[in-house]
Design a protein around this ligand. Structure first.
Ligand code: PMP
Length: 423
């Protein structure tokens, strides 16, 4: 559209404005803000509500009682392969991996991580590398604990490793990096093998540098050809940095988002460190829920089969977003978007300086989107161009309505921008 003569562009703007006014008159009320499973996805796990049968784990543990801090071994076995962590180095905990990330930071602040010279609370300054676009709750954790955030650009292989190596190699106050290595939130990018190898191998100025490897979408494939990523834990060990990575995951988007199980995986030293601190805050996790999950998922193949049922429900929504964006915005030069092979999000990039206006226009038309900027540290997307689309929660017809409406907003705001630029 930027190539159009001014009068034609003005005519297009007038049409876009009429379309937008018609959209507002429809009085929609749609929500694409959060990556939540839909009610029909939750129904896939309804069987959990009638489990467990009995209360005894494989080793004879009475799951109703206290204890078993590391979580049921048979549950850890099921997730060991998909998470690329030996079961003996995996912890199964309660319902939220975010709380494990939170606690890891708190424990690192208040108790030295293996290899650290001092507690993070005693450091003059702590910084984390934040590949962008990224997950807003990671950034919120950093803000909560006064951890400075340093944005790092992402490409289709993961974070720009030249930047990561330069920063982590030069500044001992940089203690960590956030990574969502598979079907990343929100770009859908999966890390290439070379990226993972470099993360594991790079020298870091901080002896206690940690990769927060949030593998939230490890088994959340949208295609028949699941993406495989390199084994970060093994690569760290091979490269002489066995304690470098903390792996996180959960069944929030496998079974129940509010009542699943979470996982932490790492080196034996890190696992002992975490459990040592965890022992002070709980006598043990909800093992009845662990047993329920073991009986429901059965084994790795049972887990994969269950994820195919999720895919059958959500794939049509992702396809609808792609089809509508292509039809309404394809070739306009006003937007580009990701076509993820898994995960929960589509990342929509609009013209620079337009994301906030698009989100606000959509909000006025009853289409709630994640606030523009949420994909960046401090809510500040310097280009003001990335919008996160979360299509899983609404029903398919609502997704279609919402994305058609969003496209109207992108068109209007984009053309207005072009007119502004044309003076
Ligand atoms: N990490 C990522 C990357 C996520 O997208 C989400 C959910 N949106 C979470 C963690 C939250 O995980 P949990 O439910 O296990 O706390």
């Amino acid at each position: 559209l930027s190539a159009l003569p001014l009068d034609e562009l003005t005519a297009q703007r007038d049409q876009a404005l009429r379309d937008y006014e018609a959209l507002v008159r429809r009085g929609l009320s749609l929500d694409l803000t959060r990556g939540k499973p839909s009610a029909r996805q939750l129904d896939l796990s309804a069987g959990l509500l009638d489990l467990p049968t009995g209360h005894t784990a494989a080793d004879g543990t009475d799951c109703r009682n206290y204890g078993g801090l590391q979580g049921l071994a048979e549950l850890r076995e099921i997730f060991s392969g998909p998470l690329q962590v030996p079961a003996a180095q995996l912890v199964a905990a309660d319902n939220s991996s975010l709380s494990l990330m939170h606690d890891s930071i708190v424990h690192a602040m208040l108790g030295k991580v293996p290899g650290a010279e001092r507690r993070w609370a005693d450091e003059p300054r702590i910084a984390f590398l934040c590949p962008v676009p990224g997950y807003d709750r990671h950034f919120a954790l950093c803000e909560r604990f006064g951890i400075e955030m340093i944005p790092v650009p992402m490409d289709d292989q993961g974070p720009d490793m030249d930047v990561v190596e330069r920063l982590a190699g030069g500044d001992p106050q940089i203690k960590g990096i956030w990574c969502v290595p598979k079907y990343s939130n929100p770009s859908g990018v999966s890390y290439g093998d070379e990226t993972v190898r470099r993360l594991a191998a790079m020298p870091t100025a901080a002896p206690d540098f940690r990769i927060f490897w949030d593998n939230a979408y490890a088994v959340h494939h949208l295609t028949d050809t699941p993406v495989e990523i390199a084994d970060i834990l093994a690569l760290c060990a091979e490269n002489g940095h066995p304690d470098r990575v903390f792996v996180y995951a959960s069944s929030s988007k496998i079974t129940f988002a509010g009542a699943g199980v979470s996982f932490f995986g790492s080196s034996p030293a890190n696992v002992a460190w975490l459990l040592g601190h965890t022992a002070k805050r709980t006598i043990g996790p909800d093992k009845v829920n662990h047993l329920r999950h073991v009986q429901f998922l059965r084994d790795e193949e049972g887990l994969a089969e269950h994820m195919r049922r999720h895919r059958d429900l959500i794939r049509p929504k992702f396809d609808a977003v792609e089809a509508i964006l292509a039809k309404e915005l394809g070739g306009s030069g006003l937007a580009t978007w990701s076509t993820p092979e898994g995960g929960y999000f589509i990342s929509l990039d609009v013209l620079e300086g337009c994301a906030r206006r698009v989100v606000s226009r959509a909000g006025e038309a009853g289409i709630a989107l994640t606030p523009a900027g949420a994909t960046h540290p401090y809510g500040d997307d310097p280009r003001d161009s990335t919008i996160r689309i979360a299509p899983t929660y609404p029903e398919l017809d609502e997704v279609e309505l919402a994305i058609s409406g969003l496209a109207v907003c992108v068109r209007l705001v984009g053309i207005e921008k072009l007119l502004e630029q044309a003076g």
